[in-house]
Design a binder for this molecule. Structure first.
Ligand code: BJ8
Length: 423
């Protein structure tokens, strides 16, 4: 990574502790990613983004701030980036995916909080991530209890706005979410001093739809018998989607897809024939959490689909384009977002239907139902998901894990046995 120490110092970061993170990340990335054979050339862009993860994009965000733009950080795919970009501001994802930040979160949160929340709070309070320092305002949501309470702690350190996500999917809940989107628009307008109108919102709906379309295109390649890109690589791209510039990200992902088109024509696969096709379902895998993909793909499996927020839940549905009034656009946004099937809803049977559909679409041999330790929502829903899959004759393995490597060997054994059992 180039020298960004001055920038990090200006952000008030703890440079000494941050140096430790800068030492471990390249080693992990080399082990997990650069050791792969026959990667598409287009992955060079994403490798570069990771190699400069705390440098290039943060520098761009700071430059944008100098030019008067505001940066909003969020932690959930329910927060509609479209509204933020429509106010000529920038949205960036902030979910922490490294054990490095967990002890910092545990200083203020109960130990039995999920690692995603602990890492996110730790990254802010320990001052070891530039993105958490740069964001002018955080936007939280009322998805799970852990997050709801964490916002109350974070708001003592950073301006915080919370969206109230309904927990059911009745007509009145869609309406309530539309009202929340309008309230977010008001907040963003007030904070940025910029007005959001139907023209601007239409442009940003297209901007984010284009990004989701590129991810859909990428995902479709994994339906092929010959899989032209590894699950690990696609996971990395999904993780980068949350904080890269959306226009550039879409261009680079489409360029990669052009290369994958050729690979498919030539019958190139990055996995040997007969490799078992695995779908991961469950809690999201925030960057740099590559643990499960790495285990699956070094144990005789190929991850070809993620029913996760770092996966299909993020890109599957688009916002209807072509509505010409602000009210109509908000309705379209609410419609699209409320169709995400997160375990924070009750009931959430549509998620089980999604998984069964994806099993067919991606020709899946087995499902691994993943729960981040201490996530009660996905843990409890796991019972229903796994029972339904078994009843449908779909092999399924339920696992619970965190960000440490303490269970890596045990997971390797269990996942290895599961893949072997798939025949
Ligand atoms: S839409 S999955 S990003 S809430 S894993 S923090 S739920 S205790 S991340 Fe999530 Fe939005 Fe749902 Fe997706 Fe809480 Fe569970 Fe932790 Fe979670």
């Amino acid at each position: 990574m180039a020298d960004y120490r001055e920038m990090w110092k200006d952000l008030g970061m703890d440079l000494e502790t941050h140096d430790l993170l800068c030492e471990v990340l390249p080693v992990a990335f080399t082990d997990v990613y650069l050791s792969q054979k026959n990667r598409p050339e287009g992955m060079g862009y994403y490798d570069f983004v990771v190699s400069e993860i705390h440098g290039v994009r943060p520098a761009e965000l700071i430059e944008a701030q100098k030019n008067g733009k505001k940066v909003f950080g969020s932690f959930c795919i329910f927060v509609p980036d479209e509204v933020i970009f429509a106010a000529d501001a920038i949205a960036t994802g902030l979910c922490g995916g490294s054990q490095f930040w967990v002890p910092g979160g545990e200083k203020v949160l109960p130990t039995n909080t999920c690692p995603l929340i602990k890492a996110s709070v730790g990254a802010r309070l320990d001052r070891t991530c530039p993105f958490f320092r740069i964001a002018d305002m955080y936007i939280g949501e009322t998805t799970c209890d852990g997050k709801k309470k964490a916002w109350e702690i974070l708001k003592e350190d950073v301006p915080m706005y919370v969206m109230d996500l309904p927990q059911m999917k009745r007509r009145k809940d869609y309406k309530a979410w539309a009202e929340e989107i309008t309230a977010l628009k008001d907040k963003v307008e007030e904070f940025t001093g910029n007005k959001v109108d139907a023209e601007k919102l239409a442009a940003s709906i297209k901007l984010i739809n284009d990004k989701r379309r590129a991810l859909q295109r990428l995902s479709n390649f994994r339906k092929n018998k010959n899989i032209p890109i590894s699950g690990k690589d696609v996971l990395l791209i999904s993780q980068i989607a949350f904080y890269d510039d959306p226009t550039r990200f879409t261009q680079m992902t489409n360029a990669l897809c052009d290369e994958l088109d050729k690979r498919v024509e030539e019958g190139i696969s990055v996995f040997p024939k007969g490799t078992k096709r695995i779908l991961l379902a469950g809690t999201p895998l925030a960057i740099p959490n590559w643990k499960l993909h790495n285990i699956v793909e070094t144990t005789g499996g190929a991850v070809v689909c993620e029913e996760m927020c770092t996966g299909t839940r993020y890109f599957e549905n688009l916002v209807e384009e072509g509505r010409d009034t602000f009210e109509g656009q908000v309705e379209a946004l609410a419609e699209r977002y409320m169709n995400i099937n997160c375990a924070c809803f009750t009931p959430n049977e549509a998620r089980i239907d999604d998984i069964k559909r994806l099993v067919k679409e991606y020709d899946i041999d087995g499902v691994i139902d993943v729960n981040l330790k201490f996530c009660n929502l996905y843990d409890t829903e796991g019972f229903l998901v796994e029972r339904a899959l078994k009843e449908a004759g779909i092999p399924v393995l339920g696992i619970e894990t965190d960000y440490t490597d303490a269970d890596a060997q045990q997971l390797r054994t269990r996942i290895g046995a599961f893949i072997e059992m798939l025949g």
